[in-house]
Write a new protein. Structure first.
Lengths: 498, 498
């Protein structure tokens, strides 16, 4: 029996990390640059990011946030204001020390004009934005301040990987200031819900929502909430975080205001962000051994039409038919926008072209040849299942919006089932060890919250607590800690992670 | 007679540079940060930039360009590849030399982990993007490559000024690769026309299109085309540039391809950009002594409604009426989008609120009080002329789209007349000297193109050639050089500039 051929080599099952790189290459999403750890996001990858930005930006504005822009550089003394924060970020940051280059006399350029104070390229902007907020806030009347920034940030990672961990990446960072602790916490939760909705409804990527343990918390935060998604290798990806910062950064940046009863108070802040890392998640949740699969709500193109022309005499009528179908598809509409459709009329091998679009994850690939012109039909490849079918053009066009919506749902459902299959309730330490010895996945346990155990599990299995699960409907769940046998109300999810 | 009061002090006529700063402050557009030369773009300023981005991005995509993203950092050796280029940018660039901070033993953080090769924070991306292009281009079939990038760039300017000249600024940079010189030149001209259309049709800012002299050319370019706009102090602002780079950068980055007849060739490239500097231009072209005036096609909000409530008993019906009018305004539509309208219901002094919105340049400010409820009327302030009028709500709503369109045209026309009044055809050196001794403005002369004269005029009057005017309709204009008396076909525009 002939081995089934696939677009990507190696297969997921053979070498997941290498498969990931090849999906990115096949999808023409991004590439490494010569600059250590910095990637080039190619047009197809960037178009995906633009769609993500458009949707998220709309959500942020709908919840009352405005965009603004703050300096790329952070003076060293700002970073030092928050102790945990500086400790975390000082280890991996790009430091600007000079403002000029000059010839060294031997024909080489060397840095010149040293700065009085070194500047850090922002790894995150709490401290620099806090500086502005301290000028903007005077009275409780100025609150809340609800700001978002779309920006590039730099963390000098030692081991980088396209989208998942790069020295420079693109992201949004929300920063808000509130009068009360309760309001800041409510904001933190509201934005996590935004991320959940975006991940599930647009990326078709099921996520668990929860809170980080102290060990995994953002440096300087009081609470860090997160969404976690299971990749197809059973590992977890932290896909977005929302931090309740208490008064830690407000104290450091002196964000103070005159309160309702006239006394000066320290404000409460939150911050939250998602990044181009989401694209890495999208790839690892949905792609198959033929390459990328894009959810229709984020795909830069929904349908690609490939004209099939074997004889020159067919060219004109086939191309005419393609254009007719293209126009009808465009006006069909999906998700409140026109359907994005493209005729790939490039003059080379049709099979190669088809596999290019398969690798780019376009939801529907439509091949149109002379027989389709005669029969007014279309030959469709549904990318996410690789099913082929023929239909009359009329029926196809009438159902197109529904079909795309169904693909979107189908992708979510498939990912949800995968997670369900790879998620296990674990009640003892032995079961825990067996689970993580033999496979990856989510191990759910009751846990008393002992940092020593967390560290030991990390050491032994490279497994961490991805999140503490929220109590469903305020219900007071309770059970036995898998590690200590003690009664506890805290339920956590363990996994290997990116 | 009482002196007329104004929202901004000093007046334009008293101190233009300080007036400019105060307009920015009054409009809440941006502020200086503690980081040398880096600005904070506040929500109202950023919303303006977002509108500019939306329109420009649409234009770029319509002309076949895709967005992509390239590294923030440029290795020193890349910059060195193009000689003129490195000379220009080495003088003013942020140099990253270290990848970590560590405690120095006396409790202070100092840069650690020196990089093997310093990195430059991009001042422009020809060299780093060229590196990718050299990998992407193999055959003439891969051409043209039409890429745009939205990004932050850094040039370590010594004297900075909000929006006009900042160490970090936001921009877009187009970079394209072509098979032939003619195609690259056509692209250069096409994108200049995009900029002209954007400046005139959206910013309501009349511009001259032309070419830079060798002295003012982009370092490394063969030709630099530009749009130049006259500010209200008679100075010129270079508002956008489009460069035909010939094969200079393609040679430096080895962008080569196998041509139609099988031989390896060097490609032809272009680059073009506009930046947040445009906001500075918008301010200086349109604002008056009461502050900012925004053209409707770019205003983040078109109409602000101020409820006028003197007695508590009126509150409910006034607010109800405001909401009714708001809904009707929103659905009125303008420029293919909903009219952006906002009720400012903040509970403080109505006069202060009104002057805030005047200072922010909202095209129409509508005050609604009890009498308006009774008469179903609206009291309108047309910002760009400061005219007030009352109208029935019906008539106002019916005409709203037209009124906004009329404001847009009126603003352009006013700016065009100002430029006409301050632009003079000059035929002799004496006339030239008289013109620039006493005032600012555009002096138009025939000019043989002598660099010595250009340098002397710059030295003496701080005046440069803003552009060489194109020959209208290919017509062969000809005249006498104002400086040498020689016959020439080259007509140029001189001015002081930003």
């Amino acid at each position: 029996m002939e081995k089934k051929k696939h677009g990507i080599s190696p297969l997921r099952s053979e070498n997941f990390p290498e498969w990931y790189q090849q999906v990115i290459k096949g999808g023409d999403l991004a590439e490494n640059s010569d600059v250590r750890g910095c990637m080039v996001i190619k047009p197809w990858g960037y178009a995906l990011w633009e769609n993500m930005q458009r949707v998220l930006d709309g959500m942020f504005k709908e919840t009352g946030h405005s965009n603004a822009y703050f300096p790329l550089f952070i003076p060293l003394r700002y970073l030092e204001k928050e102790a945990e924060h500086v400790e975390a970020f000082a280890k991996e940051c790009a430091v600007v020390t000079h403002a000029r280059l000059q010839a060294d006399g031997r024909g080489k350029l060397v840095p010149a004009s040293p700065l009085e104070e070194p500047l850090i390229v922002r790894p995150t902007s709490e401290t620099i934005i806090g500086e502005s907020f301290s000028r903007w806030v005077h009275s409780y009347r100025d609150l809340p301040i609800l700001i978002n920034q779309w920006a590039n940030v730099v963390r000098w990672e030692m081991r980088t990987r396209l989208f998942l961990r790069t020295s420079e990446f693109l992201w949004q960072e929300g920063h808000t200031v509130h009068e009360t602790s309760a309001e800041a916490e409510a904001e933190t939760e509201r934005m996590l819900e935004c991320y959940r909705a975006f991940a599930e409804d647009y990326m078709a990527m099921p996520v668990l929502c929860g809170e980080k343990t102290e060990m995994e918390r953002f440096p300087g935060a009081v609470r860090t909430l997160c969404i976690e998604a299971m990749m197809q290798d059973g590992k977890s990806l932290q896909a977005g975080t929302s931090h309740f910062l208490g008064q830690n950064f407000a104290r450091a940046s002196r964000i103070q205001f005159v309160g309702r009863s006239g006394e000066t108070q320290c404000a409460w802040t939150s911050s939250w962000g998602v990044s181009t890392r989401l694209i890495g998640g999208l790839i690892m949740v949905h792609s198959d051994d033929d390459g990328l699969i894009l959810p229709p709500r984020l795909a830069p193109r929904h349908v690609v039409i490939l004209p099939i022309i074997h004889r020159e005499s067919d060219r004109e009528r086939v191309l005419d038919y393609c254009q007719k179908i293209e126009a009808a598809i465009r006006s069909a509409g999906y998700d409140g926008r026109p359907v994005e459709v493209h005729i790939d009329g490039r003059d080379f091998n049709g099979g190669v072209k088809k596999w290019e679009w398969i690798g780019k994850g376009v939801p529907l690939i439509v091949e149109l040849g002379p027989r389709d012109v005669e029969q007014q039909s279309v030959a469709v490849l549904r990318r996410y299942t690789m099913e082929k079918y023929s239909a009359s053009a009329d029926v196809f066009l009438r159902n197109l919006g529904d079909e795309l919506a169904q693909i979107q749902r189908g992708m979510f459902e498939r990912a949800r089932l995968f997670r369900e299959k790879n998620m296990k309730e674990i009640i003892s330490k032995q079961e825990f060890e067996e689970f993580f010895m033999e496979k990856s996945g989510y191990g759910v346990t009751f846990f008393v919250g002992d940092r020593g155990i967390e560290e030991a599990m990390k050491e032994k299995f490279n497994v961490t607590i991805r999140c503490i699960l929220p109590h469903k409907n305020g219900e007071n769940q309770s059970g036995i800690c898998a590690f200590t046998g003690q009664q506890t109300t805290q339920k956590v999810v363990w996994a290997k992670s990116y």
